[in-house]
Design a protein around this ligand. Structure first.
Ligand SMILES: O=P(O)(O)OC[C@H]1O[C@H](O[C@H]2O[C@H](CO)[C@@H](O)[C@H](O)[C@H]2O)[C@H](O)[C@@H](O)[C@@H]1O
Ligand SMILES: O=c1ccn([C@@H]2O[C@H](COP(=O)(O)OP(=O)(O)O)[C@@H](O)[C@H]2O)c(=O)[nH]1
Ligand SMILES: [Mg+2]
Length: 725
């Protein structure tokens, strides 16, 4: 049975060393609690760090044995690794950058090196466990390099990746000295998931801007594969919280708290210690509430649970001091003998006490500056069986994209936050119920089980599509067969696209002239007996004539408009019109004026608008506008607007490389056909060929009708040299 291997920095269980030996406890944090309900199924396995430094091999073995029974496999990290990889690169470089706290980020080469080394360590741990059929699901920012490391070791593996924190604007990503490596690391996965559509959009934009890879409709084309990107908002185990909140134990706790608090109304705040969570800002807003509405003094308490986290990182230690100081000051200022304004706890609580607090609190304050999702918000909703309570939620938590019935606030707007607290405290019960029941329906339905199911199904589907649509690589065995067929044939035809096939794609099209090596290679091909060599290109015929006209080859130029057999005259494909150019050229000129870097290429029977040198996003945007403009102007004419690689071309309809290629193979019947091409216009050629022909797409990744793939123009030349022998 194929298994699912979950890989994350932290295991859902942490091991602690106490006076009585080792103890095993659940870890805090959204990821551990969220996936905790999943990995125990069947033979699944969770690979990660158990949270302590082992002293000797005996201890290591003991931990391994204990965890194995609970479907976990530990990766042991040393103190140096935790300092440089975890506190260093993960939590002092990536965490602040991804949460828009760039000013807190450090950029240390030694931290980066540790990050690479630990990702490699995780890779080894996964490889030791994973069978070829297993699905590997990697989680979060500590392991951004792992998907690509696994891909190198296992090219065929099924790999998913999910990022639990925000993915920021590419303007922040580009600040990182290691941005390329990090993005490439993620692209080793088949499917990459984010909590929100916004994070996904930022990622796609980073990939197109910083790696220059094409991305469309959530699909990125890398040189080897297509990678799918999508939004999967994570849910919680709804029933677990709903039931725990009304369990006997929770009810007892709640009754105790209630007795101690008497009639005091309760506002609740629960987070890990983190500057992203807006804890200090929240305290200041509570202060403002008490000033602005003094009637709440003596009536409302803020219960604030802060779970210790990353306290070795300087920013966290500083925040802890700031909170301690603020709470002390506010309590000293407002407290009375019978009332505590703030009940502050710095620890973590077991589930029953947590849900007792959720159930008790009239208001929950979830006001992070940035938060990937925030599960506390969803847990609060699930714990409200009686549908009484109000959620105040930051617009910058991923959860706000789903929980629109919360009181949504901007956490930096202190005044708005104080007002929201007041509104929540006076909200009529009926309104509380309406809002809560809508949110409950949503959190119940999109729970952690449906989240996993959706992700895993999408991953399986992505993989299946990769397989069915994949064009095979032209490997050694196929090449041998191709050469044998070539030699055994009595008539042979070779159709060669020019740009991107025989020479590399050049930012300036006029600079792509053939080099000496290419000219010699083409000449040698033409000297082979019974062999027709055809250049089939989108270029104008004058340029092709100038560059290669002296060779005894056939030409199909301007995407099939101009034709010439070796040594003959140039001929038109048929009756074509060019009078339309006068009307449409000004339209293209308008879009050149509006798009710095764009330019026009004029051919006899077509006009081309190029945007390869324009800003990527602006180019795409303008191309879209121009396309709709031109579609309108060419409706009911015999013109056609064709999209190519960073170009839009207006031409006579019905003339393309395919119709020209079809004419050629009819006129010159052959028992061996080879066609090589790299872009969308070459697909027309591939389509026109019989299934026995060798059609080869240059550059992998994009979907193609060709039977085979070849890596680059350099490899094309190598193949052609083999034909010569
Ligand atoms: O392992 P730690 O350094 O102690 O940190 C705890 C976890 O915090 C982060 O949680 C994120 O994931 C949640 C679930 O998707 C999401 O709701 C929250 O907004 C995120 O901050 C972190 O991503 C985990 O890797 C940590 O283990
Ligand atoms: O004493 C506590 C307080 C909180 N949590 C859990 O910690 C998680 C916090 O996840 P969230 O997504 O809100 O933020 P993160 O800490 O992952 O950034 C939630 O599942 C809480 O139930 C916990 O286990 N013990
Ligand atoms: Mg080409």
């Amino acid at each position: 049975m194929p298994r699912t291997l979950i890989v994350s920095n932290r295991l859902p269980t942490k091991v602690l060393r106490t006076d009585d030996g080792l103890t095993f406890q659940p870890s805090e944090g959204g990821l551990a609690t969220g996936l905790g309900s999943i990995y125990r199924q069947g033979d699944n396995l969770w690979i990660g760090w158990p949270g302590l430094f082992v002293q000797d091999e005996g201890e290591e073995q003991h931990i391994k044995d204990e965890l194995r029974d609970d479907n976990m496999a530990p990766v042991f990290l040393t103190e140096d690794e935790i300092r440089d990889f975890y506190e260093g690169f993960s939590n002092s470089t990536l965490w602040p950058t991804f949460h828009y706290f760039s000013e807190f980020a450090t950029y240390e080469q030694t931290h980066w090196e540790a990050y690479v080394a630990v990702n490699q360590k995780f890779c080894q741990a996964v490889l030791a466990q994973a069978g070829p059929e297993d699905t590997i699901w990697v989680h979060d920012y500590q392991l951004l390099l792992l998907p690509e490391l696994l891909r190198q070791a296992r090219p065929e593996a099924t790999i998913g990746f999910f990022l639990h924190i925000p993915f920021p604007s590419q303007e922040l990503i580009r600040v990182l000295p290691w941005r390329t490596e990090l993005l490439r690391g993620m692209l080793g996965a088949d499917l990459i998931g984010f909590h929100t559509f916004g994070y996904m959009r930022h990622f796609l934009s980073a990939v197109t801007h910083l790696l220059g890879l094409p991305a469309q409709n959530g699909q990125i084309e890398t040189p080897n594969r297509s990678v799918r990107v999508d939004a999967f908002p994570m849910g919680i185990d709804y029933e677990r919280y709903a039931q725990a909140a009304v369990s006997k134990e929770a009810q007892q706790h709640e009754a105790e708290y209630r007795e101690a608090l008497r009639d005091t109304r309760v506002i609740l705040s629960i987070d890990r210690l983190d500057y992203t969570k807006g804890i200090a800002q929240r305290l200041r807003a509570f202060d403002l509430l008490l000033q602005r509405y003094p009637e709440w003094q003596g009536q409302v308490s803020l219960i604030m649970l802060v779970v210790p986290s990353r306290d070795q990182v300087p920013q966290y230690a500083a925040l802890k001091e700031e909170i301690d100081e603020l709470v002390g000051r506010l309590n000293a200022q407002y407290r009375t003998i019978s009332w505590n304004p703030i009940l502050y706890f710095y620890r973590s609580l077991p589930l029953e006490e947590l849900t007792a607090l959720y159930h008790l609190a009239e208001v929950a304050l979830v006001t992070p500056m940035r938060d990937g999702m925030n599960l506390v918000a969803k847990e609060y909703i699930a714990s409200k069986g009686d549908q009484r309570g109000v959620l105040i939620l930051s617009e910058r938590a991923g959860a706000a994209r789903e929980l629109s019935d919360a009181l949504i606030i901007n956490p930096t707007d202190m005044s708005q936050l104080a007002e929201a607290m007041h509104d929540a405290l006076v909200m009529p019960e009926e309104e509380q119920q309406t809002r809560l029941s809508a949110m409950q329906a949503l959190v119940k339905r999109y729970n952690v089980f449906s989240w996993t199911r959706l992700f895993m199904n999408q991953l399986a589907y992505t993989k299946m599509k990769q397989h069915t649509l994949a064009t095979e690589m032209l490997d050694e065995a196929t090449t041998t067969q191709l050469l044998a067929d070539f030699r055994g044939a009595s008539q042979r035809i070779i159709l060669l696209d020019y740009d991107g096939t025989l020479v590399g794609f050049n930012p300036n099209p006029q600079r792509a002239e053939p080099d000496q090596e290419l000219r010699l290679l083409l000449r040698s091909l033409t000297e082979l007996p019974n062999t027709r060599v055809v250049i089939i290109s989108g270029r104008d015929h004058q340029t092709l004539e100038k560059w290669l006209g002296h060779l005894p080859i056939d030409f199909i130029a301007e995407h099939g408009v101009w034709l010439r057999t070796a040594g003959g005259e140039w001929q038109l494909f048929g009756q074509l019109r060019a009078d339309w150019k006068r009307d449409l050229r000004p339209v293209l000129e308008l879009y050149v004026a509006r798009t710095p870097g764009a330019f026009i290429e004029e051919k006899d029977y077509s006009l081309v608008w190029h945007y390869r040198r324009a800003d990527t996003d602006l180019g795409i945007e303008r191309a879209r506008e121009l396309m709709s403009h031109l579609s309108f102007m060419t409706a009911n004419t015999d013109l056609q607007v064709m999209e190519g690689n960073k170009v839009l071309e207006i031409k006579n309809a019905g003339v393309n490389k395919g119709t020209a290629a079809a004419r050629w193979i009819e006129q010159y019947p052959s028992d061996f056909m080879l066609a090589l091409g790299d872009d969308r216009t070459d697909e027309d050629t591939f389509r026109a060929l019989p299934p026995t022909a060798y059609s080869v797409r240059v550059g992998t990744g994009a979907r193609s009708l060709a039977r085979f793939n070849i890596g680059s123009p350099a490899q094309v030349r190598q193949l052609l040299r083999k034909l010569i022998g």
